[in-house]
Write a protein that binds this ligand. Structure first.
Ligand SMILES: C[S@@+](CC[C@H](N)C(=O)[O-])C[C@H]1O[C@@H](n2cnc3c(N)ncnc32)[C@H](O)[C@@H]1O
Length: 390
């Protein structure tokens, strides 16, 4: 984990936070330090990341900072182009036409743009559930969607703070898996799970456990894919299984589409990826020091799609496939959606739309880095976007 010196260097390269931001961050630091003291000087990195992102009123996703889009810290696909949501709506329509219940459940709806894009494209209003764990984001989504949608569409959106008792239909999660807290592990002769302490007025890395679920998980990965080098630092995400299991428990017939950046396991845990995939976004700058700017920056890790698939199968789903975002969007009519923007008469608008398509699909942009995994439970359906690609 970063030394005091390298923390100073990283901070010097980032925009300086405002006085309000520093005050806000100070309150979160106090909250986390208290947790560390109650736990004899160290908490697991996973717990630290959970507090950073989700402490009510203080965490990155739970407080009132602007996160998405050009005034925030990062940009997601629905922020880049309405073509993204319209194309996803085509996929939903194709599923509804084959008998899947006409209901959508979106996890972590961000600014609300994906919901707006989908509901504006679908021919008929559908019941749309949003499960949002951040009270601040929920309030923003409500005010945004009220302005943008017809009363009939808006009236059918239901916000939830936990899973519904029964849900059949389509489940969507765009960049949700990457926002789940991960456990950090390091090979120091043997595998050790890392934790966080507080020293000299700063958070610092500590050893946490030699014998934990995270240690067992990385040992199994090493058994399957080969030995990793001494000093290898990486992360494991232990949330997939409980999360998919609870989703499976409340559903009988569903299709789950999850879009995120990540890798198949052999590439994720490649011996050369010696520092894992954990990154932070602050005002569109990317760095890897999660110990600085608590509560002011996004902290995220890539998705291990093989672990997601294994967790899904263990939870009663079938895996329909894993494809790149580019393959998925093109197979679902991305290019046919271009006309909707009426860009044909305006050259600047045309250029803008073609730039959006490039960002969504080119391999060096989001096209290959982002992938879509499709899961199905108790439904016989054709999902042409996934066929033969896994
Ligand atoms: C990177 S943002 C993506 C937001 C939005 N989907 C988009 O594409 O713009 C991650 C979102 O996932 C949400 N999230 C993380 N874990 C979640 C969970 N277990 N259930 C529901 N939402 C979750 C966060 O609150 C946040 O809104």
């Amino acid at each position: 984990m970063a030394s005091y010196h390298s923390q100073e260097q990283t901070l010097a390269q980032l925009p300086t936070p405002s006085v309000e931001e520093v005050t806000h961050s100070g309150k979160l630091i106090e909250f986390i330090v208290d947790k560390i003291e109650q736990n004899n000087g160290v908490i697991a990195f996973r717990e630290y990341m959970e507090y950073l992102l989700y402490t009510p009123g203080l965490g990155y996703y739970s407080a009132g900072l602007s996160k998405f889009g050009k005034d925030g810290d990062f940009v997601t696909a629905p922020e880049i182009s309405p073509l993204f949501g319209r194309t996803l709506a085509n996929q939903c329509q194709q599923l509804f036409d084959q008998g899947c219940d006409t209901r959508i459940l979106e996890f972590g709806a961000g600014s609300g743009k994906l919901c707006e894009q989908i509901l504006s494209k679908l021919d008929k209003p559908v019941d749309y559930f949003i499960l949002e764990i951040s009270a601040d984001l929920r309030a923003r989504q409500q005010s945004y969607l009220k302005q943008k949608l017809t009363f009939q569409s808006f009236d059918r959106i239901i916000w939830l703070d936990k899973l519904p008792q029964n849900f059949n239909g389509v489940v969507l999660a765009n960049e949700v898996l990457d926002a789940m807290p991960v456990n950090l592990v390091k090979k120091q002769q043997q595998w050790i799970e890392l934790g966080i302490g507080f020293e000299g007025q700063r958070f610092c890395g500590r050893n946490y456990s030699e014998n934990s679920d995270a240690v067992s998980a990385i040992q199994s990965i090493e058994d399957e894919h080969g030995l990793l080098p001494e000093g290898y630092l990486t992360e494991v995400n232990l949330n997939y299984r409980p999360w998919l299991n609870s989703l499976s428990e409340v559903s009988n017939q569903i299709v789950v589409l999850m879009i995120d950046y990540g890798y198949e396991q052999a590439l994720y845990y490649h011996p050369e990826r010696k520092r894992g995939t954990l990154i932070c976004h602050y005002h569109h700058r990317v760095h890897d020091d999660a110990l600085i700017l608590p509560g002011l920056q996004d902290v995220t890790a890539s998705v291990d799609f093989d672990a997601v698939a294994e967790a899904a199968i263990a939870s009663g789903f079938e895996v329909a496939g894993l494809v790149t975002q580019s393959q998925f969007l093109l197979a679902n009519g991305l290019l046919d959606e271009v006309g909707f923007s009426n860009a044909s008469e305006d050259t600047l608008a045309q250029l803008d739309v073609s730039q959006q398509i490039k960002t969504l699909t080119l391999p060096d942009e989001m096209g290959d880095k982002f992938k879509v995994i499709g899961l199905v439970k108790n439904l016989e359906l054709d999902l042409p976007a996934f066929s033969g690609r896994r």
